[in-house]
Design a protein around this ligand. Structure first.
Ligand code: C5P
Length: 421
């Protein structure tokens, strides 16, 4: 993680019960060497006092836009310019709605309009409020406007509900800030590396108008491609049929079927340092594709399809004489960890990113995901032969950043020929 020493972080605290955790967050940021200033909304002050934050940061806490004393010191525009990074935690549904619509009716929202700093927010609200289409619309708008959303996590809520809407824990927020600080420092740890990524679904034709496919949106693979390119890698993205724009700096190779994807993967993986298999590849295809549209038969209620196995692309890449650092994905509905461990071994992977697709609002088609990352530690003196890291529910771009950080970390450990180049 990048150092936060000397980073100027403006912590905005909104009016949610999670505000009590913001005191701990302010302390963690200070301990990491950041220069922290706090701005609280009126709602935030109903849950925790400015005095607490002042004692923890050693700086006066700003609460009002129209405060002649404060403006005589560092005015609100100077404060907006001062920050390297604005972090709002907790961000309520109301605050997100204001920010998504450019409303500036208090100090915090005004600062956010006036700043050029990186802006992050950690949503915290009741699960129904988070799921509401208006909040989801605002979240999408904020991401489009350049905000990074950290979380929310899913689980028990202070109101008694269970579901998505919990503020990420302060330690997880700190880890995310570290990833953003890495970009602020313009560190590009993957410069000189070639990464091939598969993404999206495959389509397996039955006849000229029908095919077998799945619900994969490609969002996770595209987010990984974007995060890898930002870290300086040469990125080759092999994409099944998806409705997504190619991320900046990424070379895209469009394919339709698993066999096309396998051919492209072999061609592009040969000189790659890293191969990430994020595609939801169809396991089977039609034994033969009908030349003309299959017609229903008046005398038949059922129909038999004869299918044959598709190549297991990632396992084939893993079987190459000098395979790249190999990262697979495992979408499971039960026994997540044991199935993922089995795939790590069976497919010869260096790392696997497992996610539970039975959780509503996460995974396939969704903008959010959580993951359990497992990796091999065969080359390291360790009691266990696998390492593990739990990545909490967050939007896919944020999850992609965390996965890439883990890959960069593990690459440094893996004793592989490409590291000696
Ligand atoms: O076996 P399962 O499909 O669950 O494994 C998932 C992992 O294997 C993913 O990384 C996926 O991209 C990859 N895979 C593949 N070719 C297949 C099936 C899966 O590369 N035919």
């Amino acid at each position: 993680m990048a150092s936060l020493v000397g980073k100027r972080i403006l912590l905005g605290i909104g009016g949610g019960i999670a505000a009590y955790k913001s005191a701990h967050l302010a302390r963690l940021l200070k301990q990491s060497g950041a220069d922290v200033r706090v701005v609280m909304t009126a709602g935030g002050q109903a849950f925790i006092t400015p005095m607490t934050l002042q004692a923890l940061t050693g700086e006066a806490v700003r609460t009002s836009l129209l405060d002649p004393d404060a403006e005589a010191g560092m005015g609100h525009i100077e404060l907006a310019r001062w920050a390297d990074l604005i972090l709002i935690a907790p961000a309520t549904a109301d605050l997100m709605a204001k920010l998504a619509n450019g409303i500036a009716d208090d100090l915090l929202t005004t600062l956010c309009l006036a700043t050029h700093a990186d802006c992050l927010l950690a949503p915290a609200m009741n699960q129904a409020m988070w799921r509401h289409p208006a909040t989801q619309r605002n979240a999408r708008q904020l991401i489009e406007d350049g905000w990074r959303l950290l979380g929310p996590a899913a689980g028990d809520q202070a109101c008694g509900d269970t579901g998505p809407g919990r503020m990420l824990e302060p330690e997880a927020i700190l880890a995310e800030i570290g990833a953003t600080a890495t970009r602020l420092d313009n560190v590009q740890p993957l410069t000189g590396h070639i990464i091939t990524i598969t993404a999206g679904p495959t389509q397996e034709p039955l006849d000229p108008v029908r095919y077998l496919s799945n619900h994969s949106s490609g969002k996770m693979g595209f987010a990984l491609a974007e995060a890898a390119a930002r870290r300086g890698a040469e990125v080759r993205l092999i994409s099944g049929p998806v409705a997504l724009a190619t991320p900046p700096g990424v070379t895209r190779h469009d394919v339709t079927t698993a066999c096309d994807m396998a051919t492209a993967a072999h061609r592009l993986a040969v000189d790659s340092d890293i191969f990430i298999g994020c595609a939801a590849v169809a396991d089977y295809r039609a034994e033969s594709v009908a030349a003309h549209k299959l017609k229903k038969q008046p005398d038949q209620d059922g129909m038999m399809l004869s299918l044959v196995r598709n190549p297991d692309i990632i396992a084939e890449i893993g079987a190459l004489a000098a395979p790249p650092f190999l990262v697979g994905f495992a979408a499971e509905t039960r026994d997540l960890e044991s199935y993922a461990r089995d795939k790590l071994e069976r497919k010869g992977l260096d790392m696997i990113v497992a996610n539970d697709v039975s959780q509503t609002g996460l995974g396939f088609g969704s903008d959010h995901n959580a993951a359990l990352v497992l990796w091999r530690t065969d080359n390291e003196p360790a009691e266990s032969t696998t390492g593990r890291r739990e990545l909490p529910a967050q939007d896919k771009p944020a999850l992609a950043e965390a996965i890439l950080d883990t890959i960069v970390e593990r690459l440094a450990h893996a004793n592989r020929p490409q590291d000696n180049q």
